[in-house]
Design a protein around this ligand. Structure first.
Ligand code: FE2
Length: 186
């Protein structure tokens, strides 16, 4: 069931021009910008790959589900079965946790909610709203939660129509570095 890197590339080529939620950019622009911000911050190849693929679920979710619509498409979970076996937990877990990281930041960072775009505030409500203090503490104690929080901040910034990140070909090499490596035969 796992996709191959070539199939992920085809998916972005075929559907990456779709609008990213209610923002003024498309899915591929958002993915490339998010990965570029991660790269500029010195993130590992695994976390750059997670930044690139964090919204892959939007491209895989049924077309009737929209982040700007009336229902949550649970896109953070939709992509996971297609990535297991291709990428390690260091890629998959930040993707799985990036929506909860928004809910966490609303609790942990007093200025965070006000910084969100209207579309992101709308999806936040569909996704369950801000975490309580206890839920935030439970969230951040999980493995890879701090990576998910970092991804979330890049995600929130990666909505600039004028940005010019490197193209998809550059990030294919990052995906190749981040993928699971079979253990050497003994
Ligand atoms: Fe995103």
């Amino acid at each position: 069931m796992a996709l191959q890197i070539e199939e992920i590339t085809e998916l972005f080529h075929a559907q990456g021009a779709a609008q990213y939620g209610g923002e003024a950019i498309n899915q591929q622009q958002h993915a490339l910008q998010c990965a570029h911000l991660a790269e500029q911050a010195g993130a590992s190849p695994e976390l750059v790959a997670a930044a690139l693929l964090h919204d892959l679920g939007h491209l895989l979710a049924p077309k009737s589900s929209s982040p700007s619509g009336a229902v949550d498409d649970v896109h953070q979970y939709v992509a996971i079965p297609f990535l297991r076996g291709l990428f390690p937990a260091a890629v998959i877990e930040p993707i799985r946790l990036h929506v909860d990281a928004k809910r966490y930041l609303c609790q942990a960072d007093p200025g965070y909610w006000a910084s969100l775009s209207p579309a992101s505030r709308h999806s936040l409500e569909l996704q369950g709203g801000p975490f309580s203090g206890d839920a935030a503490a439970c969230f951040i104690a999980q493995a890879f939660a701090t990576d998910a929080v970092a991804l979330r901040r890049w995600d929130d910034l990666a909505k600039n129509p004028a940005a010019a990140p490197p193209g998809w070909a550059h990030y294919v090499t990052v995906l190749a570095r981040a993928r699971c490596v079979a253990p050497a035969p003994v």
